[in-house]
Design a protein around this ligand. Structure first.
Ligand code: ZN
Length: 279
């Protein structure tokens, strides 16, 4: 591996979570099995092969590396990538890429697709992404990945296979679509971003932020700046149904040991075991 932007790795339920996120420094994540990434605050060389990226908002620590990434793919003769980003930002980002194209004298070739809360994006036959609104200092969105399966309807359970086949051939819809929330990514948000879109509490894996942990940091102020505090998690302990909650985006004023110590000491049992600190 080349020595460049750092990232951590964790496996859960058949998904590999790779990424890095510190407040005001940079955020970037990817899930190789789903062939998608979230945010482009930086871009480890190893992430270049992922061709679809979902941007939560246009703060620099979440988007600064977009032109570098697009140029690298071109340089390596890879197909132009697809970038999903909040609709409001598409025109400005296109202008930014044109300026970089002039300065760098290299084509900034990518597809920019604007998204807005409530929208659904078809990733593949098996996966769909929902866009939801988060609450930050600028307009921002989060993304939730659903796995969809066609399941045999209850009324046909127990029927022999050939009878089901005959029904299907005669045009009867013998299956219905079921969805499982497998992964949610919030980017930067205050707790309202989670509360306003309950499926994030159900997703098998939740990747979110816990920017602040110290007791003396005032929560109203933190929420106003569109972030979360450890106490917000404690308050919502019963709501998190996730198998795994990745907490990241810690403020750089904390040493890793302080984060570990405080979170271990304060999170209630039942929640603590499912929280993975991204440090
Ligand atoms: Zn931000």
């Amino acid at each position: 591996m080349l020595d460049n932007a750092p990232f951590l790795t964790h496996n859960h339920a058949g998904l590999t979570i790779e990424g890095y996120s510190r407040a005001a420094v940079q955020s970037y994540w990817r899930i190789p099995e789903l062939k998608i990434g979230f945010d482009l605050g930086a871009q480890p060389w190893d992430f270049m092969g992922t061709a679809s990226w979902f941007i939560t908002h246009t703060h620099l620590d979440h988007i600064a590396c977009l032109p570098v990434y697009v140029a690298r793919r071109r340089m390596m003769k890879m197909a132009p990538p697809t970038i999903y980003l909040p609709e409001y930002a598409v025109d400005d980002v296109r202008r930014l890429l044109l300026v970089m194209q002039r300065l760098d004298r290299g084509r900034q070739n990518c597809e920019l697709i604007g998204v807005k809360p409530g929208q659904e994006i078809e990733l593949s036959r098996d996966h769909v992404i929902s866009v939801f609104e988060t609450t930050h200092t600028i307009p921002s969105v989060g993304y939730l990945v659903w796995e969809r399966r066609n399941k045999l309807k209850e009324e046909y359970h127990g029927l022999p296979g050939e009878q089901i086949r005959d029904l299907r051939l005669s045009g009867v819809a013998v299956t219905r679509e079921t969805r499982t929330a497998i992964l949610a990514y919030t980017g930067d948000t205050s707790p309202a971003g989670l509360d306003n879109y309950p499926p994030v509490y159900e997703a098998k894996v939740l990747i979110t932020e816990m920017s602040f942990i110290r007791a003396k940091h005032r929560r109203e102020k933190i929420h106003k700046f569109g972030h979360m505090h450890l106490d917000d998690f404690i308050e919502r302990a019963d709501r998190f149904k996730n198998e795994l909650i990745v907490c990241a985006h810690f403020s750089t004023r904390y040493h890793d040991n302080e984060v570990r110590r405080l979170v271990e000491a304060k999170l209630p049992a039942g929640l603590r075991e499912r929280v993975k600190l991204w440090i």
